[in-house]
Write a protein that binds this ligand. Structure first.
Ligand SMILES: [Zn+2]
Length: 209
């Protein structure tokens, strides 16, 4: 185990995001719920507890009292081993529900990104469309919601709840309705992107214009 006392910034950030204001008990409010690889959306290049650079993967820790999440590096994760195991053993059902929630959220972020991509293509390229379709169908399957695609009100619900669209066109609804039975017809529906353009950034990450 880690013999060294954590850095001051670790302790402060931990306590600020925990219910307990006492370090040892605050530690026990946290459980690991999954990871994010460096090529995945939302990856953070610095540990949110100690600030160290992270190259490979973020560990996601979740506070069961404050419902806050932090993305941390593997060294900091080691400090949570006993609190993680403690929660997992005491509340196995909650633990697995949290892990599933994280996995679904991760897939949802990826799916929204794929949807933006195909909406920017007018008539999407076959590979991109297939990729989107495959991800959407599998996400709906694991949440037992595939039948939503059978009706226009269901398809509209997929647009607002899964793809997080605030406004959408009737063609977008129709495209989702055709997805299961006529995927090729679905792809050939021309949809003009209506979302606001993203701010352009140059290769140094500086916003232009
Ligand atoms: Zn750290």
């Amino acid at each position: 185990m880690c013999k060294q006392k954590p850095r001051k910034v670790f302790i402060e950030t931990l306590i600020n995001n925990s219910l307990s204001k006492e370090f040892d008990s605050a530690m026990f409010e946290w459980v690991g719920i999954g990871k994010l690889e460096s090529n995945e959306l939302g990856f953070k290049p610095h540990c949110e507890l100690c600030g160290a650079a992270i190259y490979n993967e973020n560990y996601i820790i979740y506070n069961v009292k404050t419902k806050k999440k932090l993305q941390i590096g593997s060294e900091c994760m080691k400090r949570f081993r006993s609190s993680h195991n403690n929660y997992k053993n005491k509340h196995p059902q909650n633990f697995f529900r949290l892990r599933k929630w994280h996995a679904v959220e991760k897939r949802k972020r990826k799916l929204i990104d794929l949807y933006h991509l195909i909406c920017n293509q007018g008539i999407p390229e076959p590979d991109a469309f297939q990729d989107f379709s495959k991800h959407l169908i599998s996400l709906l399957k694991i949440s037992n919601k595939l039948s939503l695609l059978n009706t226009s009100s269901g398809a509209a619900r997929v647009l607002t709840t899964v793809l997080e669209k605030t406004d959408y066109s009737p063609k977008e609804v129709l495209r989702l309705q055709l997805l299961l039975d006529s995927p090729d017809a679905a792809r050939k529906i021309y949809i003009r992107a209506s979302r606001k353009p993203r701010k352009k950034v140059d290769k140094y990450g500086i916003v232009m214009g």
